[in-house]
Ligand binder design. Structure first.
Ligand code: FAD
Length: 374
């Protein structure tokens, strides 16, 4: 059986950053990822921009340089992640999804299977299988039945779970949610041109989608449970834009409304004790994402609180299972309010290095861990 000292699971920015820190400290490592490098950013709509400035989401001491000195787009960041892997000599084995973590001797045996996609994002083909009920973004709808997929086992003294927390879209649980014109993910805005689009949600992704779709010539209406948007939960430059577009009647806004059912052409909303029908031939339910905690549970890690966060020691990042560490947004569970993201996770690699080697990461520590944690 293959073996390593540390196996890092997840090839997002923080998995890569932890890998670079461990490598820099001379620790033997392997890293596996179910999809491709930066899978999570891979399913965002084309051109989506980060809210963080480049220096705050740069990792492993490699400068993130953007074309126009502005915030990075998802495309720039994906290219950057490949650049970091190359510059730091980080090999990530792609297309392996970890399914089991079992203690054996002084370490673990980690079981994985071949996977055609990463974890999270819209699932191509899922719609074909469902009959009005199944969500796109349902947990890991891998088209290959488990028994037919190639398996692999790696022995590791320690495991770092940098598996993120956007594993599936939050569902509304209303009739019609599974119809073909309903999605939990914004696709290329161009495809919404000339359409009546109802966007459900009132946080950043919903507001950003509304503005972008209005600009490509869609007729956009927003349905939001709240009375007004919370500026704390929206990119600060978008708040005045959406307010202006709504005040001019360019984007429809129905506050204090909840979806009752979705039909082929019309969505029924409950508003103030009555029902209002809104025409829509595209419906976007942008109400957030959830973490799939199955791997934590299989590893025996305790989950805490309403958000079902993995229990871990904040000074070492070691979970309630000694030898299993957690890093990045995986630490946050299903976040009700986003407190953990790339910016707040830079210290994780340095802490894991210290816990494993007993040494700091010297000059590198600052660049790996300068940002405040939540
Ligand atoms: C629209 C949007 C904008 C954002 N903007 C910002 C921003 O400006 N600043 C900021 O700091 N953050 C931002 N975030 C959040 C940030 O992108 C994520 O927090 C980031 O992807 C987290 O990095 P991560 O490495 O912790 O996890 P991820 O990037 O989610 O990586 C986890 C990886 O693990 C893989 N994986 C999961 N389970 C397994 C398994 N069992 N086996 C193998 N692989 C597995 C997944 O396929 C995935 O590639 C934004 C998020 C969104 C949705």
């Amino acid at each position: 059986m293959e073996s390593t000292d540390v196996l890092i699971v997840g090839g997002g920015p923080i998995g890569l950053e932890v890998h670079a820190a461990l490598r820099g400290a001379g620790v033997e490592t392997m890293q596996v990822e179910a999809g491709t490098l930066g899978w999570t950013m891979g399913w965002w709509a084309p051109g989506t921009k980060y809210f963080s400035s480049p220096e705050r989401i740069g990792i492993a001491g490699v400068p993130l340089v953007t074309r126009d000195q502005e915030k990075a787009t998802r495309e720039e960041y994906l290219a950057y992640l490949r650049q970091v892997a190359g510059a730091r000599g980080l090999e990530v084995e792609l297309g392996w999804r970890v399914e089991t973590i079992d203690r054996e001797g002084d370490g673990f045996v980690v079981g994985m299977r071949r996977s055609v996609r990463g974890v999270g994002g819209p699932a191509p083909g899922a719609r074909l299988a469902r009959e009005g009920g199944e969500e796109d973004g349902a947990p890991h709808p891998d088209p290959l039945p488990g028994g037919e997929r190639e398996g692999r086992r790696i022995r590791a003294r320690r495991v770092v779970l940098a598996i993120g927390n956007m594993h599936r879209a939050r569902a509304l649980g209303v009739p019609g949610e599974g119809l073909a014109h309903v999605s939990h993910f914004l696709a290329d805005p161009h495809g919404y041109y000339g359409r009546d689009v109802l966007i459900v949600g009132g946080k950043n992704s919903a507001v950003e989608a509304a503005i972008r779709l209005h600009r490509v010539g869609a007729r956009v209406t927003m349905s939001y449970r709240g009375v007004e948007f919370d500026p704390e939960r929206i990119k600060y430059w978008l708040t005045p834009e959406i307010q202006w577009l709504i005040s001019k009647g360019k984007i429809g806004f129905i506050p204090e409304s909840e979806v009752e059912s979705i039909g082929e052409r019309v969505v029924r909303l409950r508003v103030g004790g009555g029902v209002r029908e809104v025409a829509a031939d595209r419906v976007l339910l942008l109400i957030g994402y959830e973490q799939d905690a199955t791997l934590f549970e299989r590893a025996g890690i305790e989950l805490e609180g309403e958000e079902r966060r993995p229990r871990f020691d904040h000074t070492t990042m070691e979970t309630s299972v000694p030898g299993v560490f957690v890093a990045g947004t995986a630490t946050g569970g299903t976040q009700r309010r986003t407190k953990v993201f790339i910016e707040t996770s830079h210290a994780h690699g340095a802490r894991i290095v210290r816990a494993i080697t007993g040494r700091g990461v010297g000059g590198a520590e600052e660049s790996y861990g300068a940002m405040a944690e939540s």
